[in-house]
Design a protein around this ligand. Structure first.
Ligand SMILES: N[C@@H](CCC(=O)N[C@@H](CSS)C(=O)NCC(=O)O)C(=O)O
Length: 306
Protein backbone atom coordinates (compact mmCIF):
# COMPACT_ATOMS: atom_id res chain seq x y z
CA UNK A 1 0.00 0.00 0.00
CA UNK A 2 1.33 3.40 -0.91
CA UNK A 3 0.88 6.67 0.86
CA UNK A 4 -1.86 6.26 3.36
CA UNK A 5 -0.80 8.92 5.82
CA UNK A 6 -3.32 11.69 6.17
CA UNK A 7 -2.18 15.22 6.91
CA UNK A 8 -4.60 17.94 7.76
CA UNK A 9 -3.15 21.27 6.73
CA UNK A 10 -4.64 24.22 8.59
CA UNK A 11 -5.00 27.73 7.34
CA UNK A 12 -5.45 27.20 3.59
CA UNK A 13 -8.44 28.57 1.73
CA UNK A 14 -11.20 29.89 3.92
CA UNK A 15 -11.00 27.45 6.77
CA UNK A 16 -11.62 24.31 4.76
CA UNK A 17 -9.91 21.06 5.54
CA UNK A 18 -7.21 19.84 3.24
CA UNK A 19 -6.24 16.22 3.17
CA UNK A 20 -2.98 15.38 1.49
CA UNK A 21 -1.63 12.04 0.62
CA UNK A 22 1.91 11.24 1.68
CA UNK A 23 3.21 10.07 -1.68
CA UNK A 24 0.56 11.36 -4.06
CA UNK A 25 0.19 14.91 -5.15
CA UNK A 26 -3.43 15.23 -4.23
CA UNK A 27 -4.20 18.20 -2.09
CA UNK A 28 -7.87 18.89 -2.16
CA UNK A 29 -9.18 22.23 -1.11
CA UNK A 30 -12.71 23.42 -1.05
CA UNK A 31 -12.56 27.02 0.01
CA UNK A 32 -15.94 28.37 -0.94
CA UNK A 33 -19.01 28.30 1.22
CA UNK A 34 -21.82 26.42 -0.40
CA UNK A 35 -24.69 28.51 -1.56
CA UNK A 36 -28.23 27.52 -2.35
CA UNK A 37 -28.34 25.40 -5.46
CA UNK A 38 -30.09 22.49 -7.04
CA UNK A 39 -27.73 20.88 -9.47
CA UNK A 40 -28.77 17.29 -9.33
CA UNK A 41 -30.13 15.95 -12.60
CA UNK A 42 -32.91 13.40 -12.40
CA UNK A 43 -30.54 10.67 -13.66
CA UNK A 44 -27.98 11.40 -10.98
CA UNK A 45 -26.99 8.51 -8.76
CA UNK A 46 -27.61 9.27 -5.11
CA UNK A 47 -30.26 11.86 -5.94
CA UNK A 48 -31.53 13.95 -3.10
CA UNK A 49 -34.66 16.04 -3.34
CA UNK A 50 -34.23 19.65 -4.33
CA UNK A 51 -35.94 20.82 -1.15
CA UNK A 52 -33.09 19.39 0.91
CA UNK A 53 -30.69 21.51 -1.12
CA UNK A 54 -32.35 24.85 -0.60
CA UNK A 55 -31.17 27.57 1.70
CA UNK A 56 -27.61 28.69 2.14
CA UNK A 57 -25.22 26.07 3.44
CA UNK A 58 -22.36 27.12 5.61
CA UNK A 59 -20.63 23.75 5.89
CA UNK A 60 -17.65 23.20 3.62
CA UNK A 61 -17.03 20.01 1.71
CA UNK A 62 -13.74 18.30 2.40
CA UNK A 63 -12.49 15.39 0.41
CA UNK A 64 -10.70 12.59 2.19
CA UNK A 65 -8.70 10.70 -0.40
CA UNK A 66 -6.70 7.48 -0.28
CA UNK A 67 -4.76 5.68 -2.99
CA UNK A 68 -4.40 1.98 -2.14
CA UNK A 69 -2.28 -0.61 -3.92
CA UNK A 70 -2.64 -4.34 -4.67
CA UNK A 71 0.79 -5.62 -5.55
CA UNK A 72 0.10 -8.86 -7.45
CA UNK A 73 -1.82 -7.08 -10.21
CA UNK A 74 -0.27 -3.64 -9.57
CA UNK A 75 -3.77 -2.26 -9.20
CA UNK A 76 -4.75 1.00 -7.53
CA UNK A 77 -7.96 1.26 -5.57
CA UNK A 78 -9.23 4.69 -4.58
CA UNK A 79 -11.31 5.77 -1.62
CA UNK A 80 -13.03 9.14 -1.60
CA UNK A 81 -15.27 10.56 1.12
CA UNK A 82 -16.94 13.82 2.03
CA UNK A 83 -15.75 14.15 5.62
CA UNK A 84 -17.55 17.45 6.19
CA UNK A 85 -20.85 15.68 5.83
CA UNK A 86 -22.16 14.21 9.10
CA UNK A 87 -22.51 10.75 7.52
CA UNK A 88 -18.99 10.81 6.02
CA UNK A 89 -20.30 9.21 2.81
CA UNK A 90 -17.73 7.45 0.64
CA UNK A 91 -17.14 5.88 -2.77
CA UNK A 92 -14.55 3.23 -3.62
CA UNK A 93 -13.13 2.89 -7.14
CA UNK A 94 -11.74 -0.39 -8.52
CA UNK A 95 -11.27 -2.59 -5.44
CA UNK A 96 -9.44 -5.93 -5.74
CA UNK A 97 -10.73 -9.13 -4.13
CA UNK A 98 -7.38 -9.84 -2.44
CA UNK A 99 -7.34 -6.55 -0.51
CA UNK A 100 -10.97 -6.29 0.53
CA UNK A 101 -10.22 -7.01 4.22
CA UNK A 102 -7.76 -4.10 4.28
CA UNK A 103 -10.21 -1.81 2.50
CA UNK A 104 -13.14 -2.65 4.77
CA UNK A 105 -10.95 -2.10 7.85
CA UNK A 106 -9.91 1.31 6.54
CA UNK A 107 -13.49 2.35 5.85
CA UNK A 108 -14.44 1.31 9.38
CA UNK A 109 -11.45 2.96 11.05
CA UNK A 110 -12.15 6.23 9.28
CA UNK A 111 -15.82 6.09 10.24
CA UNK A 112 -17.00 6.28 6.63
CA UNK A 113 -20.31 5.20 5.21
CA UNK A 114 -19.51 3.44 1.96
CA UNK A 115 -22.30 4.16 -0.51
CA UNK A 116 -20.93 2.95 -3.84
CA UNK A 117 -18.28 0.63 -5.16
CA UNK A 118 -17.64 1.66 -8.75
CA UNK A 119 -15.52 0.01 -11.41
CA UNK A 120 -13.92 1.79 -14.33
CA UNK A 121 -14.37 -1.34 -16.48
CA UNK A 122 -14.50 -5.14 -16.54
CA UNK A 123 -10.92 -5.87 -15.51
CA UNK A 124 -9.04 -8.74 -17.17
CA UNK A 125 -6.08 -9.14 -14.81
CA UNK A 126 -7.70 -9.45 -11.36
CA UNK A 127 -11.05 -10.16 -9.77
CA UNK A 128 -12.83 -7.07 -8.51
CA UNK A 129 -13.51 -6.77 -4.77
CA UNK A 130 -16.98 -5.43 -5.50
CA UNK A 131 -18.90 -8.62 -4.70
CA UNK A 132 -17.01 -9.19 -1.45
CA UNK A 133 -17.54 -5.58 -0.39
CA UNK A 134 -21.25 -5.89 -1.05
CA UNK A 135 -21.33 -8.95 1.18
CA UNK A 136 -19.35 -7.27 3.97
CA UNK A 137 -20.72 -3.72 3.97
CA UNK A 138 -24.49 -3.53 4.34
CA UNK A 139 -26.28 -1.28 1.88
CA UNK A 140 -23.35 -0.62 -0.44
CA UNK A 141 -24.27 -0.48 -4.14
CA UNK A 142 -22.13 -1.64 -7.06
CA UNK A 143 -21.87 0.49 -10.18
CA UNK A 144 -20.30 0.11 -13.61
CA UNK A 145 -21.00 1.53 -17.05
CA UNK A 146 -24.07 0.32 -18.90
CA UNK A 147 -21.83 -0.12 -21.96
CA UNK A 148 -19.82 -2.78 -20.11
CA UNK A 149 -22.84 -5.15 -20.14
CA UNK A 150 -21.72 -6.29 -16.68
CA UNK A 151 -24.11 -6.92 -13.80
CA UNK A 152 -24.29 -4.29 -11.08
CA UNK A 153 -26.84 -2.49 -8.93
CA UNK A 154 -26.38 0.74 -10.88
CA UNK A 155 -25.57 1.12 -14.57
CA UNK A 156 -23.92 4.39 -15.44
CA UNK A 157 -24.31 6.45 -18.58
CA UNK A 158 -22.24 9.35 -19.91
CA UNK A 159 -22.59 12.51 -17.85
CA UNK A 160 -24.16 10.87 -14.82
CA UNK A 161 -23.04 11.99 -11.39
CA UNK A 162 -22.27 9.76 -8.43
CA UNK A 163 -22.99 11.84 -5.35
CA UNK A 164 -21.41 11.30 -1.95
CA UNK A 165 -22.36 14.07 0.44
CA UNK A 166 -21.79 17.39 -1.28
CA UNK A 167 -19.17 15.94 -3.61
CA UNK A 168 -19.64 13.94 -6.78
CA UNK A 169 -17.89 12.02 -9.52
CA UNK A 170 -18.88 12.62 -13.13
CA UNK A 171 -18.96 9.69 -15.56
CA UNK A 172 -17.00 10.18 -18.80
CA UNK A 173 -17.04 7.37 -21.37
CA UNK A 174 -13.49 6.41 -22.39
CA UNK A 175 -13.83 3.19 -24.44
CA UNK A 176 -10.97 1.68 -26.39
CA UNK A 177 -9.16 -0.51 -23.83
CA UNK A 178 -12.52 -2.23 -23.35
CA UNK A 179 -15.81 -1.21 -24.90
CA UNK A 180 -17.28 -0.18 -21.53
CA UNK A 181 -14.40 1.79 -19.99
CA UNK A 182 -15.25 5.01 -18.20
CA UNK A 183 -13.25 7.67 -16.38
CA UNK A 184 -14.63 9.13 -13.16
CA UNK A 185 -13.89 12.83 -12.66
CA UNK A 186 -14.42 14.88 -9.51
CA UNK A 187 -16.96 17.64 -9.78
CA UNK A 188 -16.66 21.09 -11.24
CA UNK A 189 -17.41 24.17 -9.19
CA UNK A 190 -16.14 26.19 -6.26
CA UNK A 191 -17.16 23.65 -3.63
CA UNK A 192 -15.65 20.67 -5.45
CA UNK A 193 -12.01 19.50 -5.19
CA UNK A 194 -9.48 21.71 -6.90
CA UNK A 195 -7.53 20.71 -8.90
CA UNK A 196 -9.93 18.20 -10.36
CA UNK A 197 -9.06 14.52 -10.15
CA UNK A 198 -9.75 11.85 -12.78
CA UNK A 199 -9.75 8.10 -12.17
CA UNK A 200 -8.86 6.85 -15.61
CA UNK A 201 -8.94 3.08 -15.16
CA UNK A 202 -6.83 1.55 -17.93
CA UNK A 203 -7.73 4.14 -20.57
CA UNK A 204 -4.79 6.27 -19.55
CA UNK A 205 -1.82 4.88 -17.62
CA UNK A 206 1.07 7.07 -16.48
CA UNK A 207 3.22 7.54 -19.63
CA UNK A 208 1.17 4.82 -21.28
CA UNK A 209 -2.34 3.54 -21.88
CA UNK A 210 -4.35 0.36 -21.73
CA UNK A 211 -3.77 -2.30 -24.35
CA UNK A 212 -6.40 -2.69 -27.06
CA UNK A 213 -6.10 -6.32 -28.13
CA UNK A 214 -9.11 -7.92 -26.36
CA UNK A 215 -12.51 -7.20 -24.73
CA UNK A 216 -13.65 -5.00 -27.60
CA UNK A 217 -10.40 -3.04 -27.56
CA UNK A 218 -9.94 -0.50 -30.35
CA UNK A 219 -6.88 1.72 -30.66
CA UNK A 220 -8.60 4.46 -32.72
CA UNK A 221 -11.41 4.61 -30.20
CA UNK A 222 -8.98 4.77 -27.27
CA UNK A 223 -7.03 7.59 -28.92
CA UNK A 224 -10.22 9.61 -29.42
CA UNK A 225 -11.47 8.81 -25.91
CA UNK A 226 -8.32 10.03 -24.19
CA UNK A 227 -7.99 13.16 -26.30
CA UNK A 228 -11.65 14.18 -26.05
CA UNK A 229 -12.52 13.09 -22.50
CA UNK A 230 -9.28 13.29 -20.51
CA UNK A 231 -6.89 15.66 -22.26
CA UNK A 232 -9.74 18.18 -22.52
CA UNK A 233 -9.81 18.53 -18.73
CA UNK A 234 -7.92 21.44 -17.12
CA UNK A 235 -4.15 21.00 -17.44
CA UNK A 236 -3.67 20.67 -13.69
CA UNK A 237 -6.18 17.82 -13.38
CA UNK A 238 -4.64 14.99 -11.36
CA UNK A 239 -4.84 11.68 -13.20
CA UNK A 240 -5.02 8.47 -11.21
CA UNK A 241 -4.78 5.22 -13.22
CA UNK A 242 -5.97 1.73 -12.28
CA UNK A 243 -2.44 0.35 -12.65
CA UNK A 244 1.16 1.31 -12.56
CA UNK A 245 3.98 -1.13 -13.16
CA UNK A 246 6.87 1.22 -12.38
CA UNK A 247 5.99 2.72 -9.00
CA UNK A 248 4.36 5.92 -10.22
CA UNK A 249 1.30 7.12 -8.37
CA UNK A 250 -0.20 10.11 -10.13
CA UNK A 251 0.23 12.36 -13.16
CA UNK A 252 -1.50 15.39 -14.66
CA UNK A 253 -3.08 16.25 -17.99
CA UNK A 254 -0.21 18.66 -18.63
CA UNK A 255 2.44 16.00 -17.96
CA UNK A 256 0.81 13.42 -20.20
CA UNK A 257 0.27 15.93 -23.01
CA UNK A 258 4.02 16.52 -22.94
CA UNK A 259 5.48 13.14 -22.08
CA UNK A 260 3.11 10.28 -22.89
CA UNK A 261 5.12 8.27 -25.44
CA UNK A 262 2.00 6.86 -27.12
CA UNK A 263 -0.71 9.48 -26.87
CA UNK A 264 1.41 12.46 -27.91
CA UNK A 265 1.75 10.85 -31.35
CA UNK A 266 -0.81 11.24 -34.14
CA UNK A 267 -3.55 8.64 -34.39
CA UNK A 268 -1.87 6.65 -37.16
CA UNK A 269 1.38 6.30 -35.23
CA UNK A 270 -0.57 5.52 -32.04
CA UNK A 271 -2.33 2.62 -33.82
CA UNK A 272 1.00 1.32 -35.07
CA UNK A 273 2.43 1.41 -31.54
CA UNK A 274 -0.59 -0.39 -30.12
CA UNK A 275 -0.44 -3.12 -32.78
CA UNK A 276 3.15 -3.83 -31.85
CA UNK A 277 3.04 -3.90 -28.03
CA UNK A 278 3.62 -7.66 -28.01
CA UNK A 279 2.25 -8.10 -24.49
CA UNK A 280 1.31 -11.59 -23.25
CA UNK A 281 -2.32 -11.98 -22.22
CA UNK A 282 -2.95 -11.25 -18.52
CA UNK A 283 -2.43 -14.42 -16.53
CA UNK A 284 -5.88 -14.27 -14.93
CA UNK A 285 -7.94 -13.25 -17.94
CA UNK A 286 -9.96 -16.46 -18.18
CA UNK A 287 -10.99 -16.24 -14.53
CA UNK A 288 -11.18 -12.48 -14.14
CA UNK A 289 -13.40 -11.48 -17.05
CA UNK A 290 -16.29 -13.88 -16.32
CA UNK A 291 -16.07 -13.07 -12.60
CA UNK A 292 -16.03 -9.34 -13.21
CA UNK A 293 -19.02 -9.50 -15.55
CA UNK A 294 -20.97 -10.34 -12.38
CA UNK A 295 -19.15 -7.93 -10.05
CA UNK A 296 -16.75 -10.58 -8.81
CA UNK A 297 -19.46 -12.89 -7.52
CA UNK A 298 -18.78 -16.19 -9.23
CA UNK A 299 -20.80 -18.40 -6.94
CA UNK A 300 -23.80 -16.69 -5.30
CA UNK A 301 -24.24 -19.58 -2.83
CA UNK A 302 -20.63 -19.31 -1.64
CA UNK A 303 -20.94 -15.55 -1.46
CA UNK A 304 -23.99 -15.69 0.79
CA UNK A 305 -21.80 -17.42 3.39
CA UNK A 306 -19.15 -14.67 3.31
N1 LIG B 1 1.24 -8.85 -16.69
C1 LIG B 1 -0.07 -8.57 -16.22
C2 LIG B 1 -0.89 -7.82 -17.23
C3 LIG B 1 -0.23 -6.60 -17.76
C4 LIG B 1 -1.19 -5.92 -18.72
O1 LIG B 1 -1.49 -6.43 -19.78
N2 LIG B 1 -1.77 -4.78 -18.28
C5 LIG B 1 -2.86 -4.18 -18.99
C6 LIG B 1 -3.82 -3.60 -18.00
S1 LIG B 1 -4.54 -4.88 -17.07
S2 LIG B 1 -5.67 -5.77 -18.44
C7 LIG B 1 -2.42 -3.12 -19.98
O2 LIG B 1 -3.27 -2.55 -20.63
N3 LIG B 1 -1.13 -2.84 -20.08
C8 LIG B 1 -0.67 -1.86 -21.02
C9 LIG B 1 0.81 -1.72 -20.94
O3 LIG B 1 1.33 -0.99 -21.76
O4 LIG B 1 1.42 -2.34 -20.05
C10 LIG B 1 -0.82 -9.83 -15.88
O5 LIG B 1 -0.47 -10.90 -16.36
O6 LIG B 1 -1.82 -9.70 -15.17
Amino acid sequence: MLGCVCYQIPGRGTGSSIYMQALGVAAVVNPASLTARCLLPSRAVGVRSCSSMTGPKTAKSSLLFRQLFEKESSTYTYLLADVSHPDRPAVMVDPVDKTVERDVALVQQLGLKLLYVVNTHVHADHVTGTGLLKAKVPGVKSAISRASDAKADVHLDAGEKIHFGDLYLEVRPTPGHTKGCVTYVTGEGPEQPSPRMAFTGDALLIRGCGRTDFQGGDASQLYKSVHSQIFSLPKDTLLYPAHDYKGNTVTTVEEELQHNPRLTKDEKEFKRIMQNLGLPYPKMIDVAVPANMVCGIQDPVAMSAV
